[in-house]
Each structure stands twice: as structure tokens, then as C-alpha cells.
Design a binder for this molecule. Sequence first.
Ligand code: SF4
Ligand code: SF4
Length: 287
Amino acid sequence: QTPIEKKPSWIKTRVKMGPEFTELKGLVRREGLHTVCEEAGCPNIYECWEDREATFLIGGDQCTRRCDFCQIDTGKPQPLDTEEPRKVAESVQAMGLRYSTVTGVARDDLEDGGAWLYAETVRQIHAMNPGTGVELLIPDFNSNDDQLAEVFGAAPEVLAHNTETVPRIFRQIRPGFRYARSLEVLTKARAAGLVTKSNLILGMGETPDEVEPAMRDLFEAGCEILTITQYLRPSVRHHPVDRWVKPEEFVEHSKAAEEIGFAGVMAGPLVRSSYRAGRLYAQTKRH
Ligand code: SF4
Ligand code: SF4
């Protein structure tokens, strides 16, 4: 391990198992359910599950794109599983979730880019779980208007699309995406009447000065909720950690984001885009 790979002292998880967490943990094991929270080893699982919030991945475990920070494999995806939306909705029901985040891989192999799959998952969760919020974190669907219309029409409580990094290094980090196109997706979502959200991962090569302009780009594009996180390298094959952002810097970015006008902001070393997502959404509604 090179020194930069050593996690600083402030990246520490508090393991605090509450009653809701313990119940969900047993249930998920008994029923053989799959969540990103467990499978990605997310450090926030004790907190999110205690609030009955969890994240699901759709579209399989192979992505047609390759982002430098992402632990999902790039490869040829499995055929579309048309039962998946129902299975996810049943998991949400079994877990008695108050709020669910659904994300997935980019399915450029499918004619509709996976739009039906994303939309149908939202529809099924809502149908089976009235009162449970759905946050849908999407790839960009190449900004295709028909595909986006299908997804937006499913009316998730929050539509998230992450730019993840600053424009200068964007193409290197996300070669399958374009910065302007990602901003455009957020603009279109907002125009469709949805609550919009995005995420920036720090520590992949940006400088502290580049963060605020990137936040402004998002805000001007119509993004209402923002999370700012620390990059953690999934493996040695991934982009190295360029810097560990101090908690104080996260506080500064957070303040700047509020001044810019974001309705909801969450920033910190262990924050994930789906961290306490239901709470953040509720906060935004009151805004
Ligand atoms: Fe990972 Fe999404 Fe990029 Fe695919 S498109 S590699 S799932 S971040
Ligand atoms: Fe699950 Fe997201 Fe919370 Fe992690 S931050 S535990 S992935 S909902």
C-alpha cells in the first residue's frame, strides 16, 4: 500500500446496530434479497437501514460503459430480465422500506437503452408500495428524448443523474459520457417537472477550486439536490485516490452549495449519493 491509499483517521465507520437494522439484516438473509448496501459493503448501512432506506441495482452486473471509479465490471450484459422490476418491488415490500434508491448499469446494448427497465421498476415499486419514495439514479440514455420521456413518465420522487467530476477531467474519468450531455439530462428532467439530484466524487484529480464552478454548472442546469463524496478506490485496477478531502473542506463546499441555492446538500467523507436520500428529499420538499 502506498501512503495515499492509507485511509485517513476521519474515514471511520461507526458500527451501531439498531433494531431496524438487525431486523432487516435477518430478513434479507432469509429471503435471499440483493441490495447495493450489502453487496458494495457500504459503510452507511447501519444508518440507512435503521431509517428503512436501501439501494438496488438493476440491469445486471455487467455495464456497457467503463468509468474509472466504478466497481461494476464492463462487459456484455445478460439478456434483459423482464421480471426484475417485479422482484425489486417485492424486495422493497419485504423490507418495508420508506424510501428506495434504484440505480443500474448503462444498457447501450438494448434498443431502448434500458429505459423500459428503469421506468417499469419505478412503476412496480410505486404500485406495490404506496407511500414509498423512489429515487431513480440513471445513466444518461445518450440524452435521447424518447428514452428519457419514458423514464421521466414513471414519476420517481427524485430523478438523479451524476456528473461525478469536474469538466477538466470528465472525459478521462467517464469516457462513455459527456459533461454537457449529463447536464442536459438534468435540465430535461427538471423541465419534465421532476425533483433533480446529482453527485460529485472528490479525490479523483480535481482541485478544491474546481468544485464550486462544477456545483454552479449543476445548479444552472436545474439540479436541486447535491451530494459531495470522497472517492474510495475499489481496487488497484481503478483510478488511484488523488487526495483525501478533509472534513473541513466538505463543510466549505456544503456552505457554498447552499449559498448557490441548492435545496438539499449532503457532503462528507463517507457520504454516498444514496446516503439518507429519503431524509434529504423530505428536506427539499419543505424548502
Ligand atoms: Fe459504473 Fe454507471 Fe459508469 Fe457503468 S455507467 S461503469 S455502472 S458508473
Ligand atoms: Fe445503501 Fe446508499 Fe445507504 Fe449505502 S448510502 S447503505 S448504498 S442506501
